[in-house]
Write a protein that binds this ligand. Structure first.
Ligand code: NZQ
Ligand code: ZN
Length: 386
């Protein structure tokens, strides 16, 4: 078992209408808030109007930065920092999915410095030592950003998507009302399920003997598959949305890392290349990369896959290699069932793009933390993805 620190200071309010407690929860942190939102879904489904009206009633001054794109950019975060400084806000309220929350985290840290937030991500500036309090109202179950210390941004022009982790970036309070996720379109709902399964797997491939964590991991994946299928049938069902929301939060809030630190994250790193080159939704990229990565790594990870094959799918072979192959096939079949792409071709990316993908993987020295990736591995994985 690897040494680990288990720390998570985010307070979670989970359930129907928890957003009604917003004033009570955030007022102790100040009087002026910058609300950050995406491209309009929160206006269409009424949750933005609801939050603004609650803030008006309790006399919280608020400003809004609107237009964060999915796969967010550092330029948007810098522009939002400018507004936060002009208005001298006391806190950041993220109302949206992972892209909005990750931007809010960048803005919270960027508020206290003069340089671009991107310098933090490129390690050109010292790690943040101060950040505004962050609050999140989650509208899409997927990333776990609502209860972790990570933020991922991209520089589309220079082909870089990368993360920083900092304990100042844990949200103070996150409001998780599953009813807010019923308006998420089916394809993004599916990508969220894929993402949470991918988070469980990335950490599972960490180092260290941690049977409790491994069993949690297998259960989270099994339940995600079961409720994933259900949500495709009944997207309006509150209980199904609630299960998926809590599974996604738990898949990346530290629980699945205990004793397995730090996880591998090679698949996410490869996906960042697809995100930055083709603006593919994160979960859709993961359902393409994961099967390919697993096939290439099979000789090194067959015992681990055998565990998952037995615990998730109840497969019974005595041969680890057979179990490993069966696991990969079953995972891929599940992604297909969710209508999440399993090949680049399916995602509309032409085989002619192969070299461009390889160049970006080489440029960013894309690798994993436990299973390093050579250029030959890049080549094999990219070929497998078409
Ligand atoms: O922009 P709007 O109009 O709000 O629409 C969004 C967006 O188009 C829409 N949406 C969100 N909630 C909705 C809704 N539509 C209808 N009803 C609702 N209730 O969904 C689309 C996708 O939103 P986005 O926030 O981009 O999705 P997600 O939550 O999957 O976030 C993806 C980003 O998070 C990063 C990814 O790399 C990607 O940039 N990640 C962050 C992590 C973290 N901080 O820990 C870990 C993850 O591995 C991931 O890398
Ligand atoms: Zn992810």
């Amino acid at each position: 078992m690897e040494n680990f620190i288990h720390y998570n200071p985010t307070k979670i309010l989970f359930g129907k209408d928890v957003v009604d407690d917003i004033c009570q929860e955030i007022s102790p942190y100040g009087k002026k808030a910058l609300i950050i939102i995406g491209k309009g879904s929160v206006k269409q489904n009424g949750v933005y109007a609801r939050v603004v009206s609650l803030m008006n009633i309790c006399g919280l001054e608020h400003y809004t930065y609107e237009g964060i794109k999915s796969n967010p950019t550092f330029q948007d975060a810098d522009a939002a920092v400018k507004l936060a400084k002009e208005k001298q806000v006391d806190m950041i309220v993220a109302l949206g999915g992972g892209s909005v929350i990750d931007t809010a985290k960048a803005v919270a840290a960027g508020f206290y410095v003069e340089h671009s937030v991107w310098d933090f991500y490129l390690r050109k500036a010292p790690t943040p030592t101060k950040a505004l309090p962050i609050f999140t109202i989650l509208t899409l179950a997927a990333t776990g950003s609502e209860m972790n210390n990570a933020t991922v941004l991209q520089d589309s022009e220079n082909g870089i998507k990368t993360a920083i982790l900092n304990d100042l970036l844990y949200p103070k309070v996150s409001f998780l009302d599953p009813a807010l996720t019923t308006s998420v379109p089916l394809h993004y709902t599916a990508y969220g399920v894929v993402d949470l399964i991918a988070h469980a797997l990335e950490q599972f491939f960490g180092k260290g003997n941690a049977p409790l964590t491994d069993h949690y991991t297998a259960d989270i994946i099994k339940l995600a598959m079961s409720y994933g299928r259900k949500v495709m049938e009944q997207p309006e069902d509150y209980d199904t949305r609630a299960q998926i929301m809590w599974l996604a939060t738990n898949a990346l809030n530290g629980t699945l890392r205990a004793g397995k630190s730090p996880g591998d994250w090679g698949v996410h790193n490869i996906e960042h290349t697809l995100s930055v080159l083709y603006d593919i939704p994160h979960g859709a990229g993961l359902s393409i990369v994961y099967p390919a990565w697993l096939k290439i790594q099979l000789p090194k990870i067959k015992e681990k896959l055998a565990f998952l094959a037995k615990h998730i799918f109840e497969f019974t072979s005595i041969d680890d290699e057979v179990l490993g192959l069966d696991f990969i096939a079953a995972l891929e079949a599940f992604f297909k069932e969710m209508n999440s792409p399993v090949s680049l071709t399916e995602a509309g990316i032409n085989i002619k793009e192969k070299q461009r993908i390889l160049n970006n993987l080489a440029q960013n020295k894309v690798s994993g933390m436990v299973y390093p990736l050579t250029e030959k591995d890049h080549q094999e994985i990219v070929e497998e993805m078409f």
